[in-house]
Ligand binder design. Sequence first.
Ligand code: FES
Length: 318
Amino acid sequence: MRVRPITTIKTVVAAIEGAGTGIKLFTLADPDHWELPPFKPGAHIDLHLPSGLVRTYSLCNEPADNARYVIAVKREAEGRGGSRALHDEVGIGNVIGVSLPRGGLEPGAGIARHVFIAGGIGVTPFLSMARHLARTGDADFTLHLVVRQEAPLASYLAPLIDAGRIVVHYTSRGGRPDLASLVGEGGSKTLVACCGPESMIDDFERVTATWPAANVHIERFVAPPPVIDPDAKPFMLSLARTGTEIQVRAGQTMLAALQEGGIDISTSCCGGICGACKVGWLEGKPVHRDRILSPYERERYLMVCVAGSEADRLVLDL
Ligand code: FES
């Protein structure tokens, strides 16, 4: 098999703390105490678990603190197995390979006001940004955390709650808050972001439907069901770096075709929401279908787990 190099960093589990019902904070560090590769607030890493599973988590610590990566994991008994493996099988001192951090929000990119809306454990993608903004004062922000009756990561969040930067909304007491009033007025200097259950994301999308795409950010935990295009036609992938040609059959994913062709691609969600399988494209007309790339990024990249092609040939930067 020809292998596309996948960069993972060796880390060890340096600490594990309980952080609310069914939630643990894992601290990963370099085995020799070197700094870890830098990251942007809200960046993600893929954990390559000892069982072979690859799962994506948001970094919760501040980018300035890159001696460690901190992730929060809620044990999902009915999930795909990653959180159960971490909770039940991983202990202090275990070695875990992690990907280079990717994604995240660009602090200070002309944004004066941030509004983060999180449902429950959906707070995790916004924690590093909240801490970064609270420390630097680069921009105003409020993080609205919607929970039924118990806030996750309570002791971790306490300083920001006490400072009024995180506002907790308890639906068991006051019902669901009105997202339109939490989000407020749009504008080029405001960035709004949401992570939570699908019903919350649907409401958020409705409320921000007329906002510029660049000012709205959504994080998803669960990939939407795969899109089956009954009219999909076969197409050819050309790999620019090697000249290899790989046929994608009608109804087949690009990812499956690449894997059949002996190209190893990093994956985690296989549903277009995590960014693990991002590949550059050079010529052709991709059909994107992911939920993560911005319009600007789509001009250069695609997610091979969900993307298709409108043209009969697509050139990838592989
Ligand atoms: S594997 Fe997650 S976006 Fe493709």
